[in-house]
Ligand binder design. Structure first.
Ligand SMILES: [Fe+2]
Ligand SMILES: [Fe+2]
Length: 198
């Protein structure tokens, strides 16, 4: 399965633009970490791009992503990617995280939401102007993007750090990495100022 085929699958099954963009975000962050950790950016990118593709088909944590795995396999998605996707909801699938890609996926998932929300409340709506300190400030405002569970993000970042960085990756270095990877795709996210007033 190449990126084109993965995008096709997303387009077939995901209507909500926000969910499509969320997966583009996680794809970008995963490719960046593949480069940092000697993974294959194409493969890691697929995990990000596809991880929530079945959410509209299976909108509960019992079904998602468990029930989406069969179609991924039918379409030729590499098994290691299917496993990473299943392991982003261990509670629902029983699949534990074991590989670097598995840990990276969960560490990159939710935090992208806080970063895009931070960009969206700027008058310019330009993600490329967002400094890390703004994300940090928004992190402390627990009512801002309240759906982003800060404790969960902290926990999965710690797991990722322990597994892949000998515990040396701190939360804000991680958020900085993800922020930079999203800036690089600001146009795909429509967060390049085109929606802004300034
Ligand atoms: Fe998910
Ligand atoms: Fe997600």
């Amino acid at each position: 399965m190449n990126r084109e085929e993965a995008l096709q699958l997303v387009e077939e099954h995901v209507v909500a633009p926000g969910l499509r963009k969320h997966m583009l975000c996680v794809e970008a962050a995963m490719k960046d970490y593949a480069r940092r950790l000697n993974g294959d950016p194409e493969v890691w990118g697929l995990a990000g791009l596809l991880h929530d593709y079945d959410w509209e088909l299976h909108p509960t944590l019992e079904q998602h992503p468990r029930d989406g795995a069969a179609l991924l396999r039918d379409r030729g998605c590499p098994e290691e990617v299917v496993t990473s996707i299943l392991a982003h909801n261990t509670e629902g699938t029983g699949i534990e995280r074991t590989t670097a890609m598995d840990f990276a996926l969960l560490a990159c998932d939710e935090v992208t939401g806080l970063i895009s929300a931070t960009a969206l409340v700027r008058p310019s709506k330009d993600l490329r102007e967002v400094p890390l300190k703004s994300v940090r400030k928004r992190w402390k405002e627990r009512s801002f993007a309240a759906g982003v569970d800060r404790d969960h993000v902290e926990a999965v970042t710690e797991d990722f750090s322990r597994e892949c960085y000998d515990g040396e990756l701190d939360l804000w270095t991680h958020v900085g990495h993800v922020l930079e990877s999203l800036k690089a795709i600001a146009a795909d996210l429509e967060l390049d100022g085109r929606l802004g007033v300034a």
